[in-house]
Design a protein around this ligand. Structure first.
Ligand code: NAP
Length: 266
């Protein structure tokens, strides 16, 4: 599965375009089994966060899988109560310790909360300069957050991880980010499995002999986004990776674009 697509980030780092999400993947066995199943299936990107409470298990599973550390792209995120220069440095070291790794591939500010975004970003820049993190980015940032940030950042964010699926199609943000070489990473790419019976999706899936989940992932991939579907079930983990033997036509992409409700899936 080493021919899976990747995105070249604005600092040259290669990031797989598909990975495993782990939000609400329970600590202990559940996360360990999911991560091992994903790595066995061919995934090479795992998305976690200090807030998810499963970094220890993600790290243990990577080691147990036997896949060399340098072949796995590990993302984690800085939680809201760790904003500020010193706190952010400490939070990252804690994350590294829990994961049992010497570096992260990507470290994100989880939410643009609190009044210390500039200090926090400066800490992430230092972490990157020190080699503890290969790329740095943000999450849940709007265009105005990013515009403000580009004024103070010495290093521009490589990635913005946001909710992105046909029901939350951020056309403007996608365009703006691609013009500035900030990769858009789609979280909730399956719309949390809440739209699996939506008639247009069911229709398109039937035409390709694929599942609705696979059609949703194709839509994000064809928009150039990185996708991180979450599952703790082996069959679904495999199903979600099996999306590279078909393509949505322009007309199908347009139909799915038209499903936008401009609202988050809660
Ligand atoms: P999601 O990936 O859109 O959907 C996950 C849900 O879909 C789970 O209930 C899962 O159930 C189910 N599912 C997975 N594959 C399926 C399939 N093939 N068929 C039917 N159902 C399927 O939602 P998400 O977990 O919220 O988002 C993905 C990842 O993005 C997260 O895990 C996390 O890493 C990241 N995220 C980041 C933020 C942020 O603020 N930065 C916010 C939310 C999420 P099972 O597990 O039971 O299979």
């Amino acid at each position: 599965m080493n021919n899976l697509p990747f995105i070249r980030l604005n600092n040259g780092v290669k990031m797989p375009q598909i990975g495993l999400g782990t939000y609400q993947s329970g600590p202990g066995r559940e996360t360990r089994q999911a991560v091992i199943a994903a790595l066995e299936a061919g995934y090479r990107l795992v998305d976690t966060a200090s807030m998810y409470g499963n970094e220890t298990d993600v790290g243990a599973a990577i080691r147990e899988s036997g896949v060399p550390r340098e072949q796995v792209f590990v993302t984690s995120k800085l939680w809201n109560d760790d904003h500020g220069y010193e706190r952010a440095l400490r939070a990252c070291r804690e994350t590294l310790r829990r994961l049992g790794v010497s570096y992260l591939d990507l470290y994100l500010i989880h939410w643009p909360d609190g009044g210390l975004l500039e200090e926090t970003w400066s800490a992430l820049e230092r972490l990157q300069a020190e080699g503890l993190v290969r790329a740095i980015g943000v999450s849940n940032y709007t265009i105005s957050h990013l515009e403000e940030m580009l004024d103070y950042a010495q290093v521009p964010p490589a990635v913005n991880q946001v909710e992105f699926h046909p029901f939350m199609y951020r056309r403007g943000l996608l365009q703006w980010s691609s013009e500035r070489n900030i990769a858009l990473e789609a979280y909730r790419p399956l719309a949390r499995a809440r739209k699996m019976h939506e008639p247009t999706l069911v229709d398109v899936a039937r035409d390709h002999d694929k599942t609705v989940a696979q059609v949703l992932l194709r839509w994000s991939l064809q928009h150039g986004a990185i996708v991180i579907p979450k599952s703790v079930h082996v069959e679904r983990i495999r199903e979600n990776l099996d999306v590279f033997d078909f393509a949505l036509s322009e007309a199908e992409m347009d139909r799915l674009d038209g499903l936008d409700e401009v609202s988050r899936i809660t």
